[in-house]
Write a protein that binds this ligand. Structure first.
Ligand SMILES: Cc1cc2nc3c(=O)[nH]c(=O)nc-3n(C[C@H](O)[C@H](O)[C@H](O)COP(=O)(O)OP(=O)(O)OC[C@H]3O[C@@H](n4cnc5c(N)ncnc54)[C@H](O)[C@@H]3O)c2cc1C
Length: 504
């Protein structure tokens, strides 16, 4: 065993560290198939103190450390960039530390999943507001906060998960442990507010993609789940992208606090029916896109009033109500009452051998139709490359969008990208397909970036692409780099993201 390994083993004991080849490979990638990087060591600490010790050793040895929650980043963020480094696997830290029922604040270890936390909270009639990402059954709270995740239900009402953040415990790259918000005052007895005691330093770590520190303890605001709810699904008329955006804008302009509103494009409805992964739509005659809303209220009268306003918007825009039952195609009811926040995960397995090369991002409501139209245009412009894959595999890649989710303010989360053949295909041919896919993915991401979107999950691929294509202003990038240098002089934490390499 190396000297490094021995030092780390002393910190966590031999049960929680490994350099076995199969363990290293198991932690060498995220959901995408292409961005692989094999770590030297995988380590599973139990608390902030152990992480602090690990980071001190990593600094001495000048070796990269990559924090990893569930490892479901779609841009390769929770594994090394290239080979080497230590994967700091945080899922062992999955305890609920305190529920302050009076002040409605829960404090958890950062490795706990959104699913586990919300299962616990529901026994108290509470939820986390935004239920985390759509992947929240396994995705961790720490991963969500590091991405500004959004999407697992409640994202139109509560917005991104970092909106609910009250305070963080963070281990800085050099090993110091800090607490933010109300907890910056050593006399504070319990976390109660994020802002104050100086600048919003918690904000520095929100959406940082794991480059500024390791989140170990998270306090979140929680909310009582209202007693009444309604959920309706509608099929859209022609020009569905523009109409769905108009509907979302009108909902916001009228100030109706929908819990969720999602637009699902015609392509998904068609494939959902043809491939039978959306059985509740089998009876639909028109293969057009759908939109649904879910809305909550504290009284029946309040609910009736909100539903009336929402139905009026739908009707005025010629959207057709599919019926109240799940069997009528009411996706909204299926999603809300049965907790199917993850339905769009089906897209990951839409065809065996296909892989979504995602371009998930935030955009203003009134710009998403143009962005989706441009992705169609991009698809046509890249037909030649796409055909090269088709000629080998007989499977054509599909560009487009999964659901478009209304989130905070006048914004949506667009789950767009292209789904392509990306399975193993024997030696050189595989490399050929791999290279084309990577080139296409990069080109699509560049195109979507140039539409002015905002990336939130950036990981390895997207964070470096932003820098490589000059999408950050020089001043902004330099500021980020200066902060990184102060916090992490050797740039060991998530080395290489945003092209912050340090001395390798
Ligand atoms: C099928 C599917 C559906 C998805 N749906 C959504 C969605 O609806 N909305 C959405 O936002 N995302 C979605 N995602 C992407 C992803 O799952 C989420 O962003 C999720 O929050 C990542 O959590 P994780 O625990 O897997 O984090 P990881 O992938 O392990 O890590 C994410 C990033 O944060 C860093 N990190 C992780 N934990 C810590 C920590 N404690 N301290 C510091 N840094 C840390 C990592 O280094 C990495 O850069 C989806 C992914 C898939 C595959």
């Amino acid at each position: 065993m190396s000297d490094l390994y021995n030092k780390l083993e002393k910190i966590v004991t031999d049960k929680y560290i490994s350099n076995d080849i199969y363990v290293r490979h198991a932690y060498s990638r995220n959901v995408d198939l292409v961005l692989q990087g094999v770590p030297d060591i995988v380590i599973r600490p139990k608390d902030a103190e152990e992480i602090s010790e690990i980071l001190k050793v990593a600094n001495e040895e000048n070796i990269a450390v990559i924090p990893r929650g569930a490892g479901i980043c779609e841009f390769g963020g929770s594994k090394p960039i290239g080979d080497n480094g230590i994967v700091l696997y945080l899922k062992r830290m999955n305890n609920i530390l305190n529920l302050d029922e009076e002040n409605l604040i829960v404090t958890v270890e950062a490795g706990i999943s959104w699913g586990k936390l919300n299962e616990y909270l529901c026994h108290y009639g509470l939820y986390t507001g935004c239920m985390g990402p759509g992947s929240g059954m396994s995705a961790s709270i720490g991963g969500g906060i590091s991405h500004h995740s959004v999407g697992g239900g409640g994202c139109a009402k509560y917005g991104v998960c970092t909106n609910q953040l009250v305070s963080l415990e963070v281990v800085l790259p050099t090993g110091e442990i800090i607490e933010t918000g109300s907890q910056a005052n050593v006399y504070s007895k319990f976390p109660f507010n994020r802002f104050g005691n100086g600048p919003d330093l918690a904000g520095l770590f929100c959406g940082d993609n794991g480059i500024f520190g390791v989140k170990t303890k998270v306090s979140l605001q929680v909310f009582p789940k209202p007693e009444f709810a309604e959920y309706k699904t509608f099929q859209l008329p022609r020009k569905e992208r523009e109409i769905s955006a108009k509907i979302m804008t009108e909902i916001r302009q009228k100030g109706i606090d929908v819990y969720d509103t999602m637009y699902i494009m015609d392509l998904i409805v068609r494939y959902g029916i043809e491939e039978n992964f959306m059985p509740l739509w089998q009876h639909l005659k028109k293969k057009r896109g759908v939109i649904f809303y879910t809305i909550e209220a504290n009284t029946e009268a309040e609910l009736d009033e909100k539903v009336k306003q929402l139905d009026e918007i739908m009707l005025n825009n010629k959207a057709e109500f599919l019926g109240p039952e799940i069997s009528d195609g009411n996706l909204g009811k299926w999603q809300y009452t049965e907790g199917n926040y993850q339905f769009y995960h089906n897209l990951w397995g839409i065809f065996p051998s296909m892989q979504p090369l995602t371009a998930e991002c935030f955009a203003p409501i009134n710009q998403y139709p143009a962005i989706l139209n441009d992705i169609d245009q991009w698809d046509m412009e890249h037909n030649e490359d796409i055909r090269k894959i088709f000629e080998i595999t007989k499977i054509r890649s599909i560009a487009g969008s999964g659901p478009v989710l209304l989130i905070d303010g006048n914004n949506v989360e667009i789950t767009c990208g292209f789904t392509s053949f990306w399975s193993y295909y024997n030696g050189e041919v595989h490399k050929f397909i791999d290279d084309i896919n990577q080139k296409l993915w990069e080109s699509l991401l560049k195109r979507v970036t140039e539409a002015g979107v905002q990336w939130y999950m950036m990981g390895d691929f997207m964070s470096r692409l932003m820098v490589d294509i000059g999408a950050y202003s020089e001043e902004y990038y330099n500021l980020m780099k200066s902060i990184k240098k102060i916090l992490d002089p050797k740039m060991i934490l998530s080395r290489g993201k945003f092209n912050f390499w340090g001395e390798k």
